[in-house]
Design a protein around this ligand. Sequence first.
Ligand SMILES: C[S@@+](CC[C@H](N)C(=O)[O-])C[C@H]1O[C@@H](n2cnc3c(N)ncnc32)[C@H](O)[C@@H]1O
Length: 246
Amino acid sequence: MAQHIALAIADEERLDQQDPLRHLREHATIIPPQPTSVQNALLDLAVPLPTPHPPIRLTLAVDAAPGCGGITWPAGEVLARYLARRGPRALKGKRILELGSGTGLVGILAGALGADVWITDQAPLVPTMHRNSELNAPLAPSVRVAELNWGEPIPPDLPPTFDLVLAADCVYFEPAFPLLVQTLRDLLPPAQRETEALFCYKKRRKADKRFFALLKKHFTWEDVKDDPERETYAREAISLLRLRRR
Ligand SMILES: C[S@@+](CC[C@H](N)C(=O)[O-])C[C@H]1O[C@@H](n2cnc3c(N)ncnc32)[C@H](O)[C@@H]1O
């Protein structure tokens, strides 16, 4: 039985490596297919909002050259759709920081909903994030870009506190697990309990358990329950969690 499960996970991982977005295609969602070899392509996205609002239309540059974050990932789409469903009233004027933003889709969408947003990632993704924040500036004028490497001190030019911290599809590389936990601790100190943290995660490997073992020392979490799409993405091993500092 255990061997059977291990083989199934290995098969899933192999397919994910060939085509990390294959899960998205099964549900004809907001993100069109992007091969992992994509270079400098532009996507036109329509993100649905609650009625009576029309969808938010974003233009997103994707390019696999700077690294895995150069294309959008399944948990990023789930988190973007969830924020959109909460609608502009929930985010207007909120100060938000996104970790591992990649293309910046999630943070830019939050900006289009009226939030003040900092999208962050490692240096190779900074030009992609700048390009996407510029492409969408008319709709999302308060999106700023910063280099933020997990495990390093939070850059001093970022605000000292945030209302909301976001992370999508950031659990995939084991050496980075302690670094990501450290950055979450820095952004959500025990004295800062009012900061909300939404963490969207797609389970790919058994090793992911080690991330949650580290996280558990400093945080508790629960599933976000007010998302009507929850059952659909749960079938793709995606969970949307709300973290709380211990
Ligand atoms: C799988 S991608 C997800 C991108 C985006 N959040 C999405 O859902 O489409 C993971 C992102 O984490 C970033 N990342 C990985 N290790 C990092 C680190 N040590 N510090 C900062 N960002 C990191 C990568 O550059 C990449 O953009």
